[in-house]
Design a protein around this ligand. Structure first.
Ligand code: PLP
Length: 354
């Protein structure tokens, strides 16, 4: 039976990518070798790494603008501390919009003063704070563009002269923005780009080299840039699959094209959440995420019936995170409109039954 994968991450990737990746496990580029056994210094893999780095910059519209793309290990969680290691001299400003921002703040505090410019913690992160100001004397401002757990998404970013760092783990390559307003973007691959095991970092080179502390090599963005993202053995297979996904996205027409599909998918789910009296949205309407829709049942007695119905329809990964409860429909780039349609059908079927 066809599955409809609404998992928050690791998550669905394009079927075409799985086909090509599985072929390459057996015989990569007609070399007679598996992608899993080739040297990361072989020309075949160096080409993969270069293509992945170039595609990332190209799709974000950042080519020739002083940015470098890296594929590192350690997850987005490693970037929480690497950002501070490389950029925090005295003080940094953080916007607290959820569990992941909270963790980023915790790591940054190991390196200097952290000013929390605003937080929505008191309302279980159900909205994005607005109307705050970013102090002018901080080393950088850090924010999280999409809050995977709570289902909120920043629709605008503060205008500031300090470098802007953004954790885009769960909405990178999903919507068009002027990415040149950011100085450092990072994203764990496993939400919208590839399998777990690599993290994309896109950094404007001229913000680096300004802190006075010594930085261990593996933590130093400049070292990774100098080595072409090959300072040590990179995550060969995750980088390869990410490259295939970025190729797929480019062939589909890039971010602008996928954004239109993502809007349609999100509109379909949220309309059902709003119109169906059995359901209630979790996130504030104006901050609703296009990637992760969070909602709950008004009447908990229907939980068992609903859970049985969506599982029967082939839907997987719909349970909400424990800190929100209810349900979370993650609709990353590769999720089809048909899968979203299946979910919405099940939700309206529940209304007819109840
Ligand atoms: C999943 C996620 C993380 C953590 O990513 P890891 O790669 O597991 O470290 C960080 N930030 C956001 C927004 C996420 O969705």
């Amino acid at each position: 039976m066809e599955k409809h994968n609404f998992s928050a991450g690791p998550c669905i990737l394009p079927h075409e990518v799985f086909l090509e990746a599985s072929q390459s496990i057996l015989n990569f580029n007609d070399s007679g070798l598996s992608i899993l056994e080739i040297s990361h210094r072989s020309k075949d893999f160096v080409d993969v790494m270069e293509e992945a780095r170039n595609l990332a910059l190209e799709l974000l519209g950042l080519e020739g603008k002083g940015y470098k793309a890296l594929f590192l290990q350690g997850g987005a969680s490693m970037e929480f501390l690497m950002v501070a290691y490389n950029l925090l001299e005295k003080k940094a400003a953080y916007l607290n919009t959820g569990t992941w921002s909270d963790k980023a703040i915790k790591e940054a505090k190991l390196f200097g003063d952290v000013i929390e410019v605003a937080s929505s913690k008191e309302a279980n992160f159900s909205y994005i704070p607005k109307g705050y100001t970013v102090p002018e004397d901080v080393d950088y401002f850090h924010c999280t563009s999409n809050n995977t757990i709570f289902g909120t998404q920043m629709k605008s970013f503060p205008a500031t002269d300090v470098p802007v760092v953004c954790d885009m783990s769960s909405d990178i390559f999903s919507r068009q923005m002027d990415f040149s307003t950011f100085d450092l973007i990072y994203a764990g691959a496993q939400k919208n780009m590839g399998p777990a095991g690599t993290t994309l970092v896109v950094v404007k080179e001229d913000i680096l080299g300004k802190v006075s502390r010594k930085i261990p090599s593996m933590m130093d963005y400049k070292i990774h840039i100098g080595k072409g993202s090959m300072f040590n053995t990179p995550a060969v297979f995750p980088v390869y699959v990410s490259m295939l996904t970025l190729r797929w996205l480019k062939e589909k027409g890039g971010i602008e094209a996928i954004e239109k599909e993502n809007e349609k998918k999100a509109t379909l789910v949220y309309s059902e959440v709003d119109l169906n009296p059995l359901f209630k949205g979790f996130a504030a309407n104006e901050d609703r995420s296009m990637m992760n829709a969070t909602f709950t049942l008004e009447n908990g007695d229907l939980k068992e019936t609903f859970d049985e119905m969506w599982k029967e329809a082939g839907i997987v990964g719909l349970n909400g995170h424990r800190s929100v409860g209810g349900y979370r429909a993650s609709m990353y780039n590769a999720l089809s409109m048909e899968s979203v349609g299946t979910l919405v059908d099940v939700m309206s079927e529940l209304e007819r039954k109840a």
